[in-house]
Design a protein around this ligand. Sequence first.
Ligand SMILES: Cc1ncc(COP(=O)(O)O)c(C=O)c1O
Length: 400
Amino acid sequence: MSPLVIKFFMSKSFKTFLKHTAKDFHNQSVNPPVVRASTIIFKSMKHIRKTQAKAQKNPTGGYYDYGRQGTSTTHILQKILTKLEESYHVFTTPTGFGAVFLSIFSIVRPGDEIIVADPVYSPTRLLTQDYLKDFNIKTVFYDPHDLKSLEKNITKKTKLIFVENPGSNSFEFQDLGKIISIAKRNKVLTAIDNTWATPYYFKPIKFGFDMSIVSATKYYSGHSDVMGGSLAVNKKVFNKVKAAERITGLRLGPDDAYLITRGLRTLDVRLDRHRENAKKVAAFLSKNKKFKLLYPYKKDSYNFRMWKKYYSGASGLMGLKIKSKNINSVRKFVNSLKLFGYGYSWGGFESLALHQEFRETGNRKYLNLSKDEHLVRLHIGLEDPNDLIADIKQALRHLK
Ligand SMILES: Cc1ncc(COP(=O)(O)O)c(C=O)c1O
């Protein structure tokens, strides 16, 4: 890409940067074009060699000789995300799970060990617990609320600590500062799945993590119509991830990159509103004695303290831990919601609900869920929060 075509405005405030960046003055378009290419065409062989030499010298500079490496459209997204993450570089992948895979594949090799937070997203658990075993890579899971279970399992073979915060579906908040100290003391690399907060509310690379994953499918794109992932890295791991990215071919296509870039223009506005709506819904839910609210709202909990210590805000995803001997009443409660759609994923503009009937929490070691306890996940969207509260109120009549 020619840096003359697209102008980036490096304003101090990220909110302003998001609105003004990546304008295409060459085509007089306020948004950058979608550049689709398998063959990147050059004027001469000399031009190819010159570009390759530039790419060698400046591997994050947006110099490509083949479409699998990206085009200006993916480069623009990477530049925006690198600024948002305050990282050395951001790799973009076709799905969020692709970014999870890339982070692990970049670091661990046969014979190595990896330590993973017990409540990780269930496909991350499957990958580490089952799939890596076939490659002679051992996984140990640690209790998110007892970091002694993390440190005591570090051996000479441990190469990576993989964190997800908060925990998928169970929403445990961990002491991230302690995790970084343990990792540094033991010279182990760290990765975190930061999809719930995004770097708008917590910046893992600046904080000390080596890698940070966000499923761009969620809040980045924000409209439930695209899949993508991002993997932010510091300089220390850049070359390893770059090599793994090349060998796996895990790269985002230009159409999806464009949609995610478009979504990012309003990331701050949407997340601010998700946070406000979720806070209002949480205030209503926290008064109900039939369940425990899994969201950083009540000030007296460990989870709240850990959230407050490290995060500048909260997104729209929350859970309910319902104690009931009557599973059918739980099902009826969830099925009676009228404004909440039923479906996987989250982070779009709309509210969603899921009753987690075993599949999503897998065989966790530290979940401590009795057979009369049920998890329900709610994504609080951008609707009028009073309508959402009224909807939950009418559905709750069925909960026994
Ligand atoms: C916390 C978390 N990480 C990663 C992913 C995977 O993202 P994707 O669906 O874009 O592959 C998800 C998807 O639900 C998720 O919830």
